[in-house]
Design a protein around this ligand. Structure first.
Ligand SMILES: O=C(O)CCC(=O)C(=O)O
Length: 257
């Protein structure tokens, strides 16, 4: 799977969640959307989506323990560590439920949103959790094949949108996607099918996460986190010493003193 992710920019792993677990996560997602609105965090984002038929749920890690379990699911982390290395951070965890009638958002790569070009290596990636069967008609995420090889904006083809392909995957699958892949949500042209996806976004630890977990996570939720989660969320006191520390150690070992 890791080879496919490196080579193609994505891989699809079926059957990560069994149907009963998918149903449970989906139910908690709908409750999280309501809780988000009650807490004053809107679930409609006119800046992102062309109409009000997408439900966006932010701060999933704060809203329910089930999302704190998913973000560290062993099959997800194996792919994250395989692509980004052991020193990664959880950058964000959000949901996009595309309801019938939803449209496609702007084409983008998630790495381009957090680091300027050139994009020479995978420094971020998504684990996309499919809570519904994903197919072109219900607004499956659309991606530009081989676009993880694009290193700067001027390499993006002018006709990129007409070259997009749709991911297809059964509910319960995860899709691991290199942060450099250019993609967008599809339009949901079905009459009644909802398309719920969760986007676990991870980055190398020298990039600032998309959200400030110290501000997002309440003291109650922070108190529940173990040492790994605290590290992956950047909640410890030390923020950016690892690379510098290794460099100093190496130079101190070799230097003239
Ligand atoms: O919902 C999708 O299929 C894609 C969403 C996305 O790329 C985003 O919200 O940045």
């Amino acid at each position: 799977m890791l080879e496919a992710l490196r080579e193609n920019g994505f891989c699809i792993v079926p059957d990560v969640l069994e149907p009963s677990r998918v149903a449970e996560v989906r139910e908690r997602l709908l409750a999280a959307a309501e809780a988000s609105e009650r807490r004053g965090v809107p679930t409609r984002m006119p800046a992102l989506d062309p109409n009000a038929h997408n439900i966006r749920v932010f701060h999933l890690l704060e809203l329910n323990a089930i999302f704190r379990e998913l973000i560290r699911h062993p099959q997800a982390l194996a792919l994250v560590q395989g692509l980004l290395g052991d020193d990664f951070l959880i950058s964000n965890f959000t949901a996009n439920i595309a309801l019938p009638g939803s449209g496609s958002m702007a084409l983008h790569s998630d790495q381009a949103l957090v680091v300027p070009e050139p994009w020479l290596a995978p420094w971020s990636m998504n684990i996309i959790w499919c809570l519904d069967d994903l197919h072109e008609g219900n607004g499956a995420t659309r991606y530009l094949p081989d676009s993880h090889r694009i290193t700067s904006l001027d390499e993006l083809p002018a006709d990129a949108r007409s070259r997009l392909a749709a991911f297809t995957a059964p509910a319960g699958s995860i899709i691991a996607m290199d942060g450099r892949v250019w993609h967008t949500s599809g339009a949901n042209i079905t009459a009644h099918e909802e398309r719920a996806l969760l986007f676990g976004y991870y980055s190398v630890d020298f990039l600032r996460p998309q959200v400030n977990w110290n501000a997002v996570l309440s003291p109650e939720v922070q108190a529940e986190l173990d040492a790994d989660m605290r590290r992956w969320l950047g909640l410890e006191v030390a923020a950016n010493f690892r690379t510098g520390g290794a460099l100093l150690a190496r130079n101190l070992g070799q230097g003239p003193g």
